[in-house]
Design a protein around this ligand. Structure first.
Ligand SMILES: [Zn+2]
Length: 439
């Protein structure tokens, strides 16, 4: 679709109808990327203080655990405050939710990568700010609102979910390539789709784009001439993956780091630094300076489900020094922690772990009977599913779960459901919710 048509006929009107005043906020985001570190620090202090006070006033959970830190005048020092883990968020969702802010909010089911899907709420203005920060960072990659995008992503398995996804893709001027099933036949088809769609950028999971890059390289295919850049997300981008992708597409890769709960957290600039979206959130690293530690975020603008010092379960190091791009937005580097395995079917189809997570999130939405899940491929045709139930388990749940898994992942597998009290972690402490014991 024509870019201007897409932008002014679809994107802005549809987001506006949802209460997202994107055009209203855009300029502020454009300007703040050039603020000095001192200006950004003043912004941080003001907004951190503001959201903490708001949370204490409006949420019974925060009132209980944060009110003793509130003083009349002085700014609240962030490192003194208790943190919020994902488990605490899930267990206290109703108490965390602000009592006066539920009317015009959208639900987001998110966070499945740790095996604990969680449904949080955000209002239109917070969502608009999230999008503004994202679009600003995409401009660093040379693309802008409504540029044509090919997206390597999950596809919902329900019919209504697929229709909604198709509609959203149309509004956003993008074409979706399924990360669910990747094999050589599909890759040829996807390549042809890509050439006819002529996208300005490709967006998606590192491992899927990498697989596609490997295919393009092995068949000596040319990337579409319209392509400006690639944006990878959701997984660690290793140096070797980056080199492979850049080589195959002859374009620069820009890495994005974010999560569903707060949106984009950091994004790579033209000079390769991961700049934090410091005018949307406060990012802390739980460690001594210069050492890797867990990432903790505070969302300045979510007034429906306030997230104060929320632990992400990912690890990074705080960046030092200034970036050659001239932006003084803080930087993080060496992000690690999200490790994934690909599931392989007997017929040779490769299923991306995010796709498996997507399926469980979808099942959980329809049938909220479990807190956590883990899928382990134990044999070429066997997947063992560990479930931490949150209701007393019934055989009918077992049957329903298996039938939905067969429908979504395929009848080639035998599914075994085990009820467990908690999921086991990797030696590193990370939770691996999609795991393969093959190889
Ligand atoms: Zn930079």
């Amino acid at each position: 679709m024509n870019k201007l048509l897409s932008k002014y006929l679809f994107y802005y009107p549809v987001t506006l109808a949802k209460g997202e005043l994107i055009a209203f906020y855009r300029r502020g985001y454009e300007e703040r990327q050039w603020w000095s570190a001192r200006e950004l620090e003043a912004f941080r202090d003001e907004h951190f203080d503001r959201i903490v006070r708001y949370a204490v006033e409006n949420s019974s959970y925060y009132q209980k655990c944060l009110s003793s830190f509130i003083t009349d005048n002085s700014i609240i020092p962030s490192p003194d405050l208790p943190t919020l883990s994902k488990a605490q968020l899930i267990d206290n969702l109703d108490h965390i939710r602000a009592k006066n802010a539920g009317l015009f909010s959208s639900a987001k089911t998110t966070g499945g990568s740790t095996g604990e899907p969680v449904k949080i709420f955000k209002n239109g203005s917070a969502l608009a700010r999230e999008r503004c920060a994202t679009w600003r960072s995409y401009e660093w990659a040379g693309v802008s609102v409504a540029d044509r995008q090919v997206r390597f992503w999950g596809v919902p398995h329900s019919r209504s979910g697929r229709l909604t996804a198709r509609l959203i893709d149309l509004i956003a001027n993008r074409k979706r390539i399924s990360a669910f099933s990747i094999n050589d036949d599909n890759l040829y088809k996807y390549y042809n789709d890509l050439c006819s769609f002529q996208p300005q950028y490709l967006y998606g999971y590192v491992s899927v784009i990498e697989e596609f890059a490997r295919f393009i390289q092995s068949k000596q295919l040319q990337p579409p001439s319209s392509l400006v850049s690639l944006i990878t997300t959701s997984e660690v981008l290793s140096d070797s993956s980056r080199a492979l992708i850049e080589n195959a597409f002859q374009r620069k890769v820009f890495n994005e780091y974010g999560c569903g709960e707060v949106g984009s957290i950091a994004h790579e600039c033209e000079y390769g630094s991961m700049h934090v979206m410091a005018d949307n959130l406060h990012v802390e690293i739980d460690s001594e300076p210069g050492q890797p530690g867990e990432i903790i975020v505070t969302d300045y603008f979510n007034q429906v489900t306030p997230l104060v010092r929320y632990r992400l379960g990912d690890f990074a190091t705080m960046g030092e020094g200034t970036c050659r791009c001239g932006r003084e937005l803080p930087t993080i580097n060496k992000i690690h922690g999200r490790a994934y395995d690909i599931i392989r079917s007997p017929s040779g189809t490769r299923i991306h772990p995010e796709a498996v997570i997507y399926i469980f999130e979808g099942i959980q939405e329809k049938m909220p009977v479990f807190k956590q899940f883990q899928a382990i491929q134990t044999d070429i045709d066997a997947i063992s599913v560990n479930i931490v139930p949150n209701v007393s388990w019934d055989d009918s749940f077992d049957v329903a779960l298996k039938s939905q898994l067969v429908e979504a992942i395929g009848a080639e597998f035998r599914f075994e459901v085990n009820l467990v009290e908690s999921l086991s972690r990797e030696k590193s402490g990370k939770m691996r919710v999609v795991k393969s014991m093959l190889d």
